[in-house]
Design a protein around this ligand. Sequence first.
Ligand code: ADP
Ligand code: ADP
Ligand code: ZN
Length: 214
Amino acid sequence: MNIILLGPPGAGKGTQARHLVETRGMVQLSTGDMLREAKDSGTDMGNRVAEVMARGDLVTDEIVIGLIREKLHGDTGAGIIFDGFPRTLKQATALKELMDEEGKSLDAVIELRVRDEVLVERIAGRSTCGNCGEVYHDVTKPQPADGKCERCGAADFRRRADDNEESLRNRLMEYYKKTSPLLGYYYAHDLLKRVDGLAEIKVVQASIEAILDA
Ligand code: ADP
Ligand code: ADP
Ligand code: ZN
């Protein structure tokens, strides 16, 4: 099964994608993670996108489509979870073409619905393990008291530079202007499924699993 997790910043896409990777052997393709990797390793492209990401603007379609193209070839395990891609109609139509070329198709587009006020709280409290990427939240999923990641044991928690109020406000505007039209696009393709992203992490997991097993 190949699915898209669609939703604004902080909706829980990364958290849910990681769970599906662990329980189902699916492959997570997060353009945000790929771009941050490029930035951290100081590649040409990484340097070019750093400022754009810090502001909370979208990176060009060409760059992210190029990143995804490279990943669709190889072994995609029990299926792909697109996390944070596509974010524009142009990316969505490019994805369709790339999937066609590989003889693959999309099975569902799952929208995680969360109110804006809650997104602000989620982003403000977010941290991740620098070693394995496990996602934490100061209130809803606190870092273990012993200071070590519950998944890999590393003591290297990080906060994202773009998880500040100004950048988040901009990321939300970008989402409503450029990404939310995808909801109509995928609804028209009969792929859209909606999940209440305000529920507890485990409840959201169960809703997504029910969709995958249907
Ligand atoms: P979040 O987890 O908050 O939704 P991501 O990690 O997915 O954020 O993305 C972080 C940043 O990377 C975005 O604000 C944007 O600058 C860039 N980015 C990630 N994916 C895309 C994409 N598909 N198209 C354009 N820009 C992207
Ligand atoms: P996204 O990838 O969509 O930007 P994340 O998965 O990084 O979102 O989640 C954003 C923050 O919200 C993280 O700190 C995460 O621990 C927390 N979070 C995710 N899902 C839930 C949930 N259902 N209830 C409460 N907090 C959540
Ligand atoms: Zn870890």
